[in-house]
Design a protein. Structure first.
Length: 655
């Protein structure tokens, strides 16, 4: 068959409703179903035929061209799945992929394919399925990433071996859709507004605009392929529901025809007797068993495969989900009958009783299985993921513009503000989740509400100027009396001393380069560095304080930059300061040592909020970004501290 491939860009939110959620909400599929593409092109083609003929006497179902193109199965309209960053069409992740639950699914995580012959399910203590995601497989050889090791010392041999091992490991990128959630109010038709009887609030969870999807349509002849390709390029398509409310507009581009297209990506090979045949569903499949009740099957039994495969295999393992599917007929204005389908990504492992030729597997992949294949149901791949283990690699979002947009200076400034607001919205959500997940157990010597309120007030006062040193200076032993220090030492945040927790968070919000300079200055004050390394001018000290920001001078003995520089220049004054224990300490630990620990084991606020997994919003060439040491990192650090202290105060009140 001839494959017509195209790229579909959503110009408006797409609401392609699936059977999920409560009655007052509609949740879209994470892809564009083939039935929506077929319906849009069928409407366009029928409208064209009506214009060519007498519309009053034209019956589309009597038109052989209409039936062949859209109903008889001569053309197959496959689902349009998200594109990856390179423009490749992703596929539903196999449900036989598992990872260690405690390690989480993140870049660097090793996936184990339980359907592979070399798989070891017992090797995972708490296996967790990857779930409904879209993926693309990559593989690199050691030579493709080989570094120049010839001039390296022998001590790097272990590093070289590990690099070769990682380079030879196949890896995958996962892509997830970006959603747009809108809340609507039902309006009474004649009044045009909500009233007491007609005012229900409902929610739409739709695919966000600027999503890019890769679609495929299979046609049997070049003539049909040409007609379908022309329909795709006639103009914007309208897909899904709520089109009058600003949903559903999309545009197809990059239309090409390909005779050698392979959906699964792997070339089918012969299977020997007692060999393994792994069939993976690339789309939902509706299968019915030949039994009196005629119900839908919940797995791909051998008898449901086409001959001669049906009698040549024995089902041994299955990794599957079952989902309800339906649809909507816009011609009738009625929903379609609901059915039970085996979910895309389901994996079935068979043992071959007889030799299976590669041509039989190719025919299976080409024709598919089950009902509604013209709408993209029943797509399969044979032995499409042979790797027993893979490594997850970070992938950027598919939320991107496919057309270059030139912005003026004012427009670019506005775009930067917009993408930052979108990023902040997601950061705020993760911040709230992080605060809620903290277990503020105030054990030992209980901290009073007065002390917690004092810390919260300092954090709130520091927020406008992002004055992290102000709160850090308050934690110094010199600024805390003994009762306050004992209370804060006894308090625990998720099992960690409150003083240690606060110091770690606050130091990680300050720039590493300036902390190194501050550490050097502190060691000079403590006479741990040679005199020649301690020649600081007042201007140099002031530059350090300015870059640390806010109340940084409070972290050091001396009233200001001039006083600190004078102290450094006077050995006698430094010895006196050391004798009086004026060097900065937090809970007895010198500040210089805490800075050393922070530099050795950095933990920026974005790591704490798991913000690196957030798809960065983008508008044209303007894209939001995160920096571990910028003003926004300080802001969210102070907000995290204030939120956790507020939660601790509430638990103390209700405890």
């Amino acid at each position: 068959m001839i494959a017509i491939t195209y790229e579909l860009c959503a110009l408006q939110p797409l609401l392609l409703t699936r059977l999920e959620g409560d009655p007052n909400s509609s949740v879209s599929y994470p892809y564009v179903p083939g039935s929506a593409i077929r319906g849009a092109l069928a409407s366009r083609y029928i409208a064209r035929r009506r214009r060519e003929r007498d519309g009053r006497t034209y019956d589309p179902m009597k038109d052989t061209d209409v039936r062949r193109l859209f109903f008889d199965g001569a053309a197959r309209y496959l689902n349009a799945y998200p594109l990856d960053r390179d423009g490749w069409r992703c596929l539903p992740a196999p449900l036989s992929w598992f990872y260690e639950k405690q390690k989480g699914l993140k870049p660097g995580t090793t996936l184990h394919d339980f359907s592979a012959a070399a798989a070891d399910p017992a090797g995972l203590l708490q296996p967790k399925n990857v779930g409904a995601r879209f993926w693309r497989r990559f593989a690199e050889t050691a030579s493709s990433r080989q570094k120049d090791w010839e001039d390296e010392e022998e001590e790097f041999a272990v590093v070289k071996k590990e690099a070769e091992r990682i380079a030879a490991t196949p890896y995958v990128e996962f892509t997830e859709p970006v959603w747009e959630i809108n809340v609507h109010t039902f309006r009474e038709r004649r009044k045009g507004r909500a009233d007491e009887d007609e005012g229900a609030v409902f929610r739409y969870q739709a695919l966000a605009p600027e999503h890019s999807f890769g679609g495929v349509i299979l046609a049997e002849t070049e003539a049909d392929a040409g007609v379908i390709a022309g329909l795709l390029q006639e103009g914007d398509l309208w897909l899904g529901g709520s089109r009058s409310a600003g949903y559903g507009r999309a545009r197809a581009g990059g239309v090409r025809q390909n005779r050698a297209w392979n959906e699964g990506g792997a070339q089918a090979k012969d299977v020997a007797p007692d060999g393994r045949l792994v069939i993976t569903l690339l789309s939902d499949a509706i299968l019915r068993r030949d039994c009196p009740h005629g119900g839908c099957a919940d797995r791909l039994f051998p008898e449901l495969l086409p001959p001669p495969l049906a009698g040549a295999v024995v089902l041994e393992e299955s990794y599957k989900h079952v989902v309800p599917v339906g649809g909507f007929n816009r011609k009738w204005g009625l929903p379609l009958d609901q059915a039970q389908a085996i979910a895309a990504g389901s994996v079935f492992v068979y043992r071959a009783k007889a030799p299976i030729a590669a041509s039989e597997l190719e025919a299976l992949e080409r024709e598919g299985i089950g009902e509604r294949r013209v709408e993209g149901f029943g797509r399969v791949a044979a032995n499409g993921h042979p790797d027993a283990s893979l490594v997850v690699r970070e992938a950027p979002t598919t939320w991107r513009l496919r057309q270059e947009v030139t912005l003026s200076e004012a427009e670019e400034s506005l775009a930067e503000e917009m993408v930052q607001r979108l990023l902040r919205r997601e950061l705020d959500r993760r911040l709230a989740g992080s605060i809620a997940s903290e277990r503020a157990a105030l054990g030992g010597s209980p901290v009073t509400k007065t002390q917690l309120a004092r810390l919260r007030t300092l954090a709130l006062n520091a927020l406008p100027k992002r004055d992290v040193p102000r709160l850090l200076a308050f934690l110094l032993d010199a600024n805390l009396n003994k009762p306050a220090r004992e209370q804060l030492r006894g308090a625990r945040i998720d099992g960690t001393r409150l003083l240690d927790w606060l110091a770690q968070r606050l130091l990680n919000a300050l720039p590493a380069a300036e902390l190194k300079r501050l550490q050097a200055l502190l060691r000079c004050l403590e006479q741990e560095r040679p005199v020649e390394d301690c020649q600081w001018s007042a201007d140099e000290v002031q530059d350090l304080l300015d870059k640390l920001g806010g109340s940084a001078a409070r972290l050091l003995p001396g009233d200001d930059a001039a006083g600190i520089a004078a102290l450094l220049a006077d050995d006698r004054a430094r010895r006196q300061a050391q004798k009086e224990h004026r060097e900065p300490r937090i809970d007895g630990t010198r500040l210089a040592e805490r800075i050393e620990e922070r530099l050795r084991r950095p933990m920026p606020i974005w790591q704490w909020l798991d913000a690196r997994q957030i798809p960065m919003p983008r508008l044209g060439k303007v894209q939001a970004g995160l920096n571990d040491e910028d003003v926004m990192a300080r802001e969210y650090t102070l907000r995290l501290v204030e939120g956790v202290l507020h939660r601790a105060a509430k638990e103390e009140t209700h405890g």
